[in-house]
Design a binder for this molecule. Structure first.
Ligand SMILES: Cc1cc2nc3c(=O)[nH]c(=O)nc-3n(C[C@H](O)[C@H](O)[C@H](O)COP(=O)(O)O)c2cc1C
Length: 322
């Protein structure tokens, strides 16, 4: 797949996810076969004001490249300035968030609330396009609410303003994550524009990714929640696509991915945040394993990263030696 002038190794993309797609996580999923990763949404205003904390989100390392930076905001000139700063910091792609339904974001006129205002969408995408030297994508939802299913109309505006691809999560903003993503809408958007369309939403199993591509003719797929539970999903989709047997992660795979995370987390954020993040990952990576409930109770009481990892190591050692 190619987006603008950026050639990707395959059609599988990791979704931007707040609180999750930090650098360690991005490196892990790139290693699993995702051909493109994104930062979580970054405040355009924070970047434009050069707020130290916001600028931290732009840090990257070669192992995760190519990296897209996703920005959110509501003012065209601020979005353009932010995109410029992201590119200067090394972004290989810029994505504009027009899908976030979270109150804190939409009340400022950003995220999914832009779907109510095609004129504003036009102004923002045009302003960013003028300044942005790397491929530009826009991530949208189906619309604000079912009475306003604007995805096709908005997609045309976005393409007209020079964006290089459209990413669509076909749920309405007022749905949050309830109900199901309506994949047929991805196909409708694909029919309306010439730029690549990336489908997103409810890819849970490897076969879902292939089904989405088959049913909608989308050019690529973006995976969010399933990749948090199962970062191996990218490798599994690639295996399935080639007709190869699909590898399920065994205990040693799970243990080694936790250790890899541990090593990457150390030094990339402060101890407290790293321990919190690690705890969240342990919940995912031990789900369904023997005695995981008891282990979870144990590690939920642990506060420091090192003790967390040694508790995890003991748990896995116990399982592996049976
Ligand atoms: C915890 C969480 C954080 C998210 N953060 C972002 C974000 O920062 N930017 C964005 O465009 N979408 C964000 N999303 C939406 C995902 O990118 C994706 O569109 C959504 O989860 C649907 O895909 P999935 O069914 O594969 O998870 C987030 C979703 C979740 C669950």
């Amino acid at each position: 797949m190619q987006i603008g002038n950026l050639k990707l190794e395959n059609k599988l993309i990791m979704a931007p996810m707040a609180g999750i797609t930090n650098m360690p996580f991005r490196i892990i999923v790139r290693g699993m076969g995702a051909s493109l990763v994104f930062t979580e949404m970054v405040s355009a205003m924070g970047l434009a004001l050069k707020a130290e904390k916001t600028l931290q989100y732009l840090k990257s390392v070669p192992a995760e490249k190519p990296l897209g930076v996703q920005i959110f905001g509501s003012e065209p000139d601020v979005m353009a300035r932010a995109a410029d700063i992201a590119v200067d910091a090394g972004a290989d792609m810029v994505d504009l968030n027009m899908g976030c339904p979270v109150k804190k974001v939409v009340k400022t006129g950003a995220g999914a609330s832009l779907l109510k205002d095609p004129k504003k969408v036009r102004q923002i995408v045009s302003s960013v396009r003028k300044i942005c030297q790397v491929p530009l994508t826009v991530k949208i939802r189906a619309g604000w609410s079912p009475e306003k299913a604007v995805a096709c109309e908005i997609a045309r505006v976005i393409e007209d303003c020079g964006a290089d691809a459209i990413i669509i999560h076909p749920r309405f903003a007022n749905q949050g994550y309830s109900g199901k993503a309506v994949w047929s809408l991805i196909g409708k958007v694909k029919d309306k524009v010439k730029v690549p369309v990336i489908g997103n939403g409810d890819i849970t199993f490897p076969s879902d990714a292939l089904n989405m591509m088959k049913l909608t003719s989308c050019d690529g797929v973006m995976i969010g929640r399933a990749a948090v539970r199962n970062p191996w999903i990218f490798r599994q989709i690639l295996q399935l696509e080639k007709g190869l047997p699909v590898d399920e992660p065994d205990l040693s795979d799970r243990r080694s991915i936790i250790m890899k995370h541990y090593n990457l987390l150390q030094g990339s954020m402060n101890e407290h945040r790293a321990a919190l993040f690690m705890r969240g990952l342990l919940i995912h990576y031990t789900k369904g394993l023997p005695d995981s409930g008891r282990f979870r109770e144990e590690f939920n009481k642990i506060k420091d990263l090192e003790s967390l990892v040694s508790a995890m190591d003991n748990y896995f050692r116990g399982l592996m030696t049976g």
